[in-house]
Design a binder for this molecule. Structure first.
Ligand SMILES: C=C(O[C@H]1C=CC=C(C(=O)O)[C@@H]1O)C(=O)O
Length: 407
């Protein structure tokens, strides 16, 4: 269930000269990564790994495992910033009852932020053989668990549930299968994602690779920050069309309500943990290369020493990926979606031994294994939702990983 491959962990962090492109330093096809605007952390090798047992106690289990691992570690850290010293990368499944949650402490982590760079190694220094990344070649796609038509039908059923008053909002997702000519090297996908989606968090954790625009929580000391997204429109054909679509999204009652549910769920989760909490009255527009979103940046200060995982546990699942009310939405997702989300729409990110870290919601992502990838995308369904429009929105979201695979 859990393996500390090197115990106790003997950890050393040293300042290094700027490595420039972090992703170019990844030596093999099992990378760990969390990058935005060229800054963040990459890791490789494994000093410790835990397969977190599914169930309602999984966040407690994960916290317990990490604190005993980090408390027993011998740490020499000359940098002393969030992300220095030992770091665990993690991916939690969306559904707490589904298996697949994983925590990994890489043997090597290389990081850069705010003009500083550092290298953390665990155990004796080992020589890492560099295998050059290779293009996956031609990609063929096939339906995932449901065809597009079947999924539209499920959306229509969800709309009926909402109109019947069972719930206010539910996020329904679909998957798509891709098969490549050759094994898919996640580093190729990470490079493309980081280049095209610099505003997003490009991540890789144990085969789950993507570029999510949605920050679940950044925890730095007592400060927390979240970027709540919900409400989407496509990019336009030119600047005028783009601006018109953005304005229409901003004015759309359906999308404003859909967004408000997501913001309310974040406010409710954070309020009991925070001494101060700032939630904007109005959303902003986040314009990405494939879509535009309504976005609200929530900031606060924690009232006690909660770690980033405590905050993640309180927040997941927000109504950006579950729905409102949460319990009813999870029931409808299990009943109508017809697939296991795995880590899609679950928390993904990293935590250090101080409890600082950054976790996103795993969106615009795929599971990669050998020549195969499983891509995911979902949409917030409201009473006013039109199944064909939701399908088109899901296709636009899938474009992120299709681009990562195809270039
Ligand atoms: C569920 C996804 O997006 C969420 C985040 C932003 C906008 C969303 C929407 O407008 O439906 C979704 O709530 C996804 O990308 O798979």
């Amino acid at each position: 269930m859990s393996v500390a491959l090197i115990r106790p962990l003997v950890v050393r962090t040293v300042a290094v000269s700027d490595p420039d492109d972090l992703l170019a330093r990844l030596p093999d096809a099992a990378p760990y990564a969390w990058i935005r605007h060229g800054e963040g952390l990459v890791g490789w090798g494994e000093a410790a790994r835990a397969a977190v047992p599914a169930g309602p106690g999984r966040f407690d289990w994960a916290r317990g495992w990490l604190s005993s691992l980090f408390a027993g570690a011998l740490i020499e850290d000359e940098v002393g910033v969030p992300g220095s010293g030992p770091v665990a990368f993690g991916s939690f499944t969306f559904d707490g009852h589904a298996p697949g949650t994983v925590l990994v402490v890489p043997r090597v982590v290389l990081a850069r932020r705010d003009g500083r760079a550092w290298l953390t190694t665990i155990g004796d220094s080992a020589f890492d053989l560099f295998s050059p990344p290779r293009e996956p070649g031609r990609i063929r796609y096939a339906d995932g668990s449901l065809t597009a038509a079947q999924w539209e039908h499920r959306v229509a059923r969800a709309v009926r549930r909402i109109k019947d008053g069972m719930l206010d909002k539910v996020v329904l997702a679909r998957d798509l299968t891709a098969v490549a000519e050759r094994d898919i090297d996640p580093r190729v996908l990470l490079d493309r994602l980081a280049e095209r989606y610099p505003e997003c968090y490009t991540f890789s954790v144990d085969g789950l690779v993507g570029a999510t625009p949605e920050l679940l929580v950044r925890h730095t000391g007592q400060a927390v920050e979240s970027l709540v997204l919900a409400g989407t429109t496509a990019r336009g054909g030119g600047p005028a069309d783009d601006a018109a679509r953005g304005a229409a999204l901003y004015a759309s009652e359906k999308d404003r309500h859909e967004h408000a549910y997501a913001v309310a769920s974040v406010r409710e989760a954070l309020a009991p943990l925070c001494s101060t909490l700032n939630v904007p009255d109005e959303p902003e527009l986040l314009v990405l290369p494939n879509v535009q979103h309504l976005a609200s940046r929530v900031t606060g200060r924690l009232s006690d020493g909660a770690s980033v995982l405590d905050v993640v546990a309180a927040m997941h699942p927000t109504a950006a990926v579950g729905g409102t009310p949460t319990g009813a939405a999870i029931g409808v997702i299990r009943e109508l979606e017809g697939m296991d989300r795995g880590g899609y729409a679950g928390p993904v990110g990293w935590i250090d031994s101080r409890g600082d870290g950054e976790w996103g919601i795993a969106l615009r992502c795929a599971y990669v294994s050998g020549r195969r990838a499983r891509l995911f995308a979902g949409c917030g369904i409201m009473a006013e939702s039109d199944p064909a429009a939701e399908l088109a929105e899901a296709q636009a979201k899938l474009r992120v990983m299709r681009y990562a695979l195809e270039g």
